[in-house]
Write a protein that binds this ligand. Structure first.
Ligand code: HEC
Length: 233
C-alpha cells in the first residue's frame, strides 16, 4: 500500500470516527429522557414522584374525631400558636389576630387587625371545622399568600384536638353532624378506583415513551452505520 493510499484510508477512518461521534451526540439528544419536573397534566390530590409513588396532597378528614378529641392536648398544642395569637376574650391582636370565638366565625373579622385578605379566596367564608382542618394542615396551601408563617399541624388527631379546644373558647358549636362528616370525607378522600386509574395511565405513558426511545435509538444507529460504510468505501 503506497503512502497516498494509506493516507486515504486513514482519512476515511478519521471521518467515519468523527461522524460516529457526532451521530452518538445526536442520538443522545434525541433519545435521552428528559423527565418533566411536574406532571404535564397535574391531577388534583395526587403527586407522582419518580416511579409513580403516590403522596396525598389533601388534609386527612377530622370531623369524625372532633366529638371525642383530646381537648387538653389541644390546649397544650396551642403553645405553638401563642407567639402570634392571643386566645382570651378581648385579647390583643399580635402578629396574628386574637382567636377567641374563631370556630364558626366569619373569617378575617377581628376588628383592628390588618388581614392579608386571602384566607377566603377559596370561597369558604366561615371558619367551619372543615375549613379550620384544611387551613391548620398547611396554611400556605389552603390560603396561598397568607401572612400566617406557620408550617401546619401534621397529625389529624392533633388538628382535631386543636379545633376541639378552640371551640371551647366562646364558640361552643355542636359536634359535627353525620352529614357534615360524610361531606368532609367525600371532599378529602381520593376514591380508590381513581387512584388506580391514575397509576395505570402513568405506567402506560412510560411504556409508550420507552418504546419510542428504543425505536429512535435503533434508527439512528442504522443510519449512522450506513454513513460510516459509505465513507469508508
Ligand atoms: C408566626 C405567627 C403565627 C403562628 C405561629 C400561628 N399563626 Fe395563625 N395567624 C397568623 C397570622 C399573621 C394570621 C393572619 C393571616 C392572614 O391575614 O393572612 C393568622 C390567622 C389565623 C387564623 C384566622 C383568624 C381569622 O380571624 O380569620 C386562625 C384560625 C389561626 N391563625 C390559627 C392558628 C393556630 C391554631 C395556630 C397554632 C397551631 C397558629 N394560628 C399559629 C400568624 C400565626
Amino acid at each position: 500500500m503506497g503512502g497516498m493510499e494509506f493516507n486515504k484510508v486513514f482519512a476515511a477512518i478519521l471521518v467515519a470516527g468523527i461522524i460516529a461521534m457526532f451521530a452518538g451526540f445526536v442520538a443522545e439528544q434525541l433519545a435521552s429522557p428528559h423527565y418533566l419536573e411536574e406532571d404535564a397534566y397535574p391531577i388534583e390530590g395526587v403527586e407522582t414522584v419518580g416511579g409513580g409513588e403516590k403522596k396525598e396532597k389533601l388534609a386527612e378528614p377530622i370531623l369524625a374525631m372532633i366529638a371525642s378529641a383530646d381537648v387538653a392536648r389541644g390546649q397544650k398544642l396551642s403553645k405553638a400558636c401563642a407567639a402570634c395569637h392571643s386566645f382570651d376574650k378581648g385579647g390583643a391582636n399580635g402578629v396574628g389576630p386574637n382567636l377567641y370565638g374563631v370556630v364558626g366565625a366569619v373569617k378575617q373579622a377581628k376588628s383592628g387587625y390588618a388581614y392579608s385578605g386571602v384566607m377566603n379566596a377559596n370561597g369558604e367564608n366561615n371558619w367551619t371545622y372543615a375549613a379550620l382542618n384544611k387551613f391548620l394542615w398547611k396554611p400556605k396551601a389552603y390560603a396561598p399568600g397568607t401572612k400566617m408563617n406557620y408550617v401546619g399541624i401534621k397529625k389529624p388527631e392533633d388538628r382535631a384536638a386543636m379545633v376541639a379546644w378552640l371551640n371551647t373558647l366562646g364558640s361552643n358549636k355542636p359536634a359535627p353532624s353525620a352529614s357534615q362528616i360524610a361531606a368532609e370525607q367525600a371532599e378529602l378522600a381520593l376514591p380508590e378506583p381513581v387512584a388506580e386509574a391514575v397509576e395505570t395511565a402513568v405506567e402506560t405513558v412510560k411504556d409508550v415513551a420507552a418504546d419510542a426511545k428504543a425505536d429512535i435509538t435503533k434508527s439512528v444507529v442504522k443510519s449512522t452505520d450506513g454513513i460510516a460504510v459509505k465513507t469508508a468505501e
